[in-house]
Ligand binder design. Structure first.
Ligand code: CO
Length: 203
């Protein structure tokens, strides 16, 4: 008996239901993973990549962190992108933000929180960059929503400008980038910047 027995029971039920639907399900997965998609999203527990886009294990490669950031010195994110593009040869990279993001909201408040402030600093830079556009919006709520979208745009730009993506496009690899925002209120994704496949198309 352990404190997580309920999760282990869930796991056994889940594995059994997968086998009931398809006896070869796990056998097939052990051979290889061949996902077409890389998902870069927020670590928020309400934004689970596979479920939102209805994909099974093996179908989407996932990287998540606080506020779905792609920072040029973050070897974690860059390693994921490199592996996804060069080894898995994914055809689509989705950067998905979400409204009501706690990371985005926290970045707009001046507070000492600790280590996370260094991470949120990147969002504060975006807030600063777009302060004129944001100030024109009628409410704090509208400003936060827009900042969630602008953060997707900036991260999409960061992905686009990595040497990994630049090289892939130069050698003619089929690869599209997509900027999305997810709404926890209705469970729906809004496509903000779709089908980017060339540096000139970056917004
Ligand atoms: Co979030």
């Amino acid at each position: 008996m352990s404190l997580l027995d309920h999760l282990l029971a869930n796991n056994r039920n889940w594995a059994a239901s997968k086998i009931a639907q398809d006896p070869d399900f796990f056998q097939q997965l052990t051979k290889q993973q061949k996902p077409k998609y890389l998902w870069i999203g927020c670590a928020d527990s309400r934004v689970p990549a596979n479920q939102i886009i209805g994909l099974a294990p093996g179908e989407v490669f996932v990287h998540r962190n606080v506020a779905n950031l792609v920072i040029h010195t973050d070897f974690n994110a860059l390693s994921v992108i490199e592996y996804a593009v060069e080894v898995l040869k994914v055809e689509h990279i989705i950067v998905c933000g979400h409204y009501g993001c706690g990371g985005i909201e926290a970045a707009t408040r001046i507070e000492q929180r600790g280590l996370v402030d260094n991470w949120l600093r990147h969002i504060q830079d975006i807030h600063q960059k777009y302060r004129t556009e944001l100030a024109e919006l009628p409410s704090k709520e509208a400003q936060l929503q827009r900042l969630c979208e602008l953060n997707v745009r900036e991260q999409l730009n960061n992905v686009c400008r990595t040497t990994i993506i630049q090289s892939a496009w130069q050698r003619g690899q089929k690869l599209f980038l997509h900027g999305w925002v997810y709404s926890i209120n209705d469970g729906l994704v809004r496509e903000l910047w779709p089908d980017i496949n060339h540096v000139e198309t970056i917004i």
